[in-house]
Design a protein around this ligand. Structure first.
Ligand code: FAD
Length: 345
C-alpha cells in the first residue's frame, strides 16, 4: 500500500514540508489542504527578512540550515522572489557584544555609520556590525512558486477547511468542510496562527502556544538599489528596503497577545504607532514621524520561543510543525527538516 500523508495548512511551512516530502518519499501520496488559497495566511503578510541568528544553539543551527536551503533554491531558479540584501545590526553599549554573539556569522563591531541611507545619523555610541548572506523574500509569491511546482505531483485542496482532525485505529483522519473524511498514515499540521482552532485545539493545547499580533509599518522613503537593511537586535526590530515594492518597512515587537486570526485586529492602532515611534526615535529620529500605515496580522508563539516540531495526540501519527515566533519564514526549511525526521521516527 502506498503511504499517504496529509499536510494541513499550506503556508510557507506546510509548502516547504510538501516539497521536501516529495523529494524524500517519492512513493508517498501527499494531500495538502488549505482553507484558503495556499500562502494566504501569515505567509502573505510576512516581511520575509532572513538573517542567520538565534537565541539558542537550536535556533541558530535552524537559521543556518534555512539560509543554505534558500541560497540553493535561489541559485536553482533566479526567478524566485528571493532578494539578497546587505544588513547592519545596531546595538548600544554592553548589550552589543551579547547581541552579536547570537549571530551565526557577524563582522567585527565598528562604530562607522550605518550604510543604510534610511537610518543615517544614528545616535552617538551605537555599535554596528555587518551580517553576511541575508536576503528578504516576497514570501507569499515564493509560496506560489513552490505550490505551482509541486501541484501536479500531489492532491492540492484549496478553499477546503479541515473541520476536525481525529485519530482512528491505524490512521489519522481529517474531516473536511465538504463532508469528506480523508484518512492517511500520517498528518502534518502546519496551521500558522490558527494553532488554537477548534479543529485541533484539544491536541495542541498541551503545547501552550499563544498568538500575538505582528505589525510591520510601511515607510514612504525612497529605496535605492544597494540600500542596506538595519536590524536592532535589542528591540527585535528592523528597517528593510523593499526594492520590489518601492518602500521601506519598519517591523517592531508589538505586544498584543491572544489575538484571533479569524477576527484580526483592525489594522494599525494609535498605540502601535506610539510604540513603534518610540523605538525608531532611539535609532533614526527623522523617520519616526513618517510611520503611518503598514501590514498587520499575527503569528503563533511557543513558551520557549523556539519553534515546535512534535508529535501530538496519542497515536504518534500526527505531527505539529510551527509556532515559529514571528520567524516562520527564516526557519521554515529547518522546521520542515525536523518534521521529516519525526516522520521517519
Ligand atoms: C506582518 C508580519 C511580518 C513578518 N515578518 C517576518 C520576517 O521578516 N521574517 C520571518 O522569518 N517571519 C516573519 N513573519 C512570520 C512569518 O510570516 C510566519 O511565521 C510564517 O508565515 C508562518 O507560516 P505558516 O505556514 O506556519 O503559517 P500560515 O502562512 O498562516 O499558514 C497556515 C495555513 O493554514 C491554513 N489553515 C488554517 N486553519 C485551517 C483549517 N482549519 N483547514 C485548512 N487550512 C487551515 C491557513 O489558511 C494558512 O494558509 C512575519 C509575520 C507577519 C504577520
Amino acid at each position: 500500500m502506498r503511504e499517504r500523508i496529509i499536510v494541513a495548512g499550506a503556508g510557507i511551512i506546510g509548502s516547504v514540508i510538501v516539497k521536501e516530502l516529495l523529494a524524500a518519499r517519492p512513493g508517498a501520496e501527499i494531500i495538502a489542504i488549505d482553507r484558503d488559497l495556499a500562502g494566504s495566511g501569515a505567509t502573505r503578510r510576512s516581511a520575509g527578512l532572513h538573517f542567520a541568528a538565534g537565541r539558542t544553539d537550536r535556533t541558530r543551527a535552524m537559521a543556518a540550515t534555512s539560509e543554505r536551503y534558500y541560497q540553493a533554491l535561489a541559485a536553482d531558479d533566479p526567478r524566485l522572489p528571493i532578494y539578497p540584501v546587505a544588513l547592519d545590526a545596531v546595538a548600544f553599549g554592553a548589550a552589543a557584544e551579547s547581541a552579536r554573539s547570537r549571530f551565526v556569522n557577524a563582522g567585527p563591531i565598528e562604530t562607522s555609520p550605518i550604510r543604510a541611507k534610511a537610518a543615517r545619523g544614528q545616535p552617538q555610541g551605537a555599535s554596528v556590525w555587518s551580517v553576511p548572506a541575508c536576503h528578504y523574500s516576497d514570501v507569499g509569491a515564493l509560496t506560489d512558486f513552490l505550490v505551482r511546482d509541486f501541484r501536479p505531483a500531489i492532491s492540492m485542496l484549496e478553499g477546503v477547511t479541515i473541520a476536525r482532525i481525529e485519530e482512528e485505529e491505524g490512521v489519522a483522519a481529517a474531516v473536511l468542510s465538504t463532508g469528506e473524511t480523508v484518512r492517511a498514515d500520517r498528518l502534518v499540521l502546519a496551521p500558522g496562527p490558527w494553532v488554537n482552532a477548534a479543529a485541533w485545539r484539544a491536541m495542541v493545547a498541551p503545547l501552550g502556544v499563544r498568538v500575538k499580533k505582528i505589525v510591520a509599518f510601511h515607510l514612504n522613503a525612497p529605496v535605492d538599489e544597494g540600500d542596506a537593511a538595519v536590524l536592532f537586535p535589542e528591540e527585535d526590530a528592523f528597517l528593510l528596503p523593499l526594492q520590489h515594492r518601492g518602500h521601506w518597512l519598519f517591523s517592531y515587537t508589538c505586544l498584543d497577545w491572544d489575538v484571533d486570526p479569524d477576527a484580526p485586529p483592525p489594522g494599525v492602532t494609535r498605540q502601535n504607532l506610539d510604540e513603534a515611534q518610540a523605538v525608531l526615535r532611539r535609532y533614526a529620529p527623522d523617520l519616526a514621524d513618517r510611520l503611518r500605515s503598514g501590514r498587520v496580522f499575527c503569528d503563533a508563539y511557543s513558551p520557549s520561543r523556539e519553534p515546535i516540531v512534535a508529535k501530538i495526540g496519542g497515536s504518534g501519527r500526527i505531527i505539529f510543525a510551527g509556532a515559529a515566533n514571528g520567524s516562520g519564514y527564516r526557519l521554515a526549511p529547518a522546521i520542515a527538516a525536523e518534521a521529516l525526521s519525526l516522520l521517519d521516527d
